[in-house]
Design a protein around this ligand. Sequence first.
Ligand code: BEZ
Ligand code: FE
Length: 285
Amino acid sequence: MSEQYPVTEQVVASFANSKSDRYREVMQSLVRHLHAFAADVRLSQDEWDTAIDFLTRVGHITDDRRQEFILLSDVLGLSMLTVAINADTEGATESTVLGPFFVADAPEIELGGDLAQGAKGTPCYVSGVVRSADGTTLPGARIDAWEADEDGFYDVQYTGDRTAGRGWLRAGPQGEYRFWSVLPSPYPIPHDGPVGELLTAGQRGPMRPAHLHFKVAAPGYRPLVTHVFVKGDPYLGEDAVFGVRDGLIADFAAHDGGTAPDGTERAGRWAQLTFDLVLAPEEGK
Ligand code: BEZ
Ligand code: FE
């Protein structure tokens, strides 16, 4: 046990009359843990200065297009811990981090359509069923999907406002979904800012294993935010944001030519992912 200092209980007591019980609980616990951490490492004045400078720079680099605070939460595993606390329901697809590259107003594509829209990479046919754990299919579920191209960049990381490698579609009458996109590639998280310095100082890498993001919504069900990771990816064991979960690693089967499941004749290499998206009923349902 590290030494206790009188200031800790004074600050804890200062939140005693908080507007809500929850606010008091959160703030008093935050103060206790923050003080315990500083006492534990015997935080020096220089280290305190460095931390304030670091957080200041995290703030300065953050704007509408870049959220360095979320990235900081991601590389410290806080985002993934929050996902785990608000845990999955038995039988549903596991959740993982949303990440900074989701775009709320992506274009709609038709069932079976092309989500790549010019994104570079090996064509990939993605299909499955949106259903609940008891097998109930969820026709009309909204499926948002987005991914990096074969160079490891999302469309929003390029200059201009081209949309590629993202879109949304509705599941068909049997809950089925299908679209063409590209085989995901591993990529580094943005590491040219303070969070990159933090990784470098810890001799940690910035890479994320290849993945395809999904956000799925259906009335009466908890929204699902997840990715599907490519089996065999070299970075599965060292994801910079700790987002990998075993149930989300899937086979992206490799094909060379032949007839795709939608009947199209393919010349050259293509990949195929079959993955059911399983939602949990909303609480109380
Ligand atoms: C992503 O998968 O898009 C992502 C998640 C966390 C940090 C950076 C990127
Ligand atoms: Fe991603």
